[in-house]
Design a protein around this ligand. Sequence first.
Ligand code: MN
Length: 134
Amino acid sequence: MDEEMAEDSPAVAKRVLVVEDNELNLKLFCDLLRAHEYTTEGVRDGREAVAAARAFAPDLIVMDIQLPHVSGFDLIVQLKADDALRSIPIMAVTAYAGREDEERIRAAGADAYVSKPISLMRFVDAVQALLKSD
Ligand code: MN
């Protein structure tokens, strides 16, 4: 029987699914995460986000809130209602910086909230805080 040690190795990159309809932002987030040695998968169409989460099995989901067709808020509700997916931490990213929006998004199940325009350092700090090994 083969002994697969790789899965337990600290060298295995954590996986981040990025849901963002803006192509430039999506590339920026994915490039930034890859530069910090995360494995990334990008989704531009929110309607594909739940299936992508199932297929990619990420350690973290970065979720834009303003999306066409389906809001990031509704996607957070869907993900948190799914037994197989609800344990994946979600970091919401949104241009809406109002207190009410932040509270509504956190109440839906987002574990962190970063407002646009994005500070790259705060973005990475928030990702690392959510993925730090326990
Ligand atoms: Mn957007």
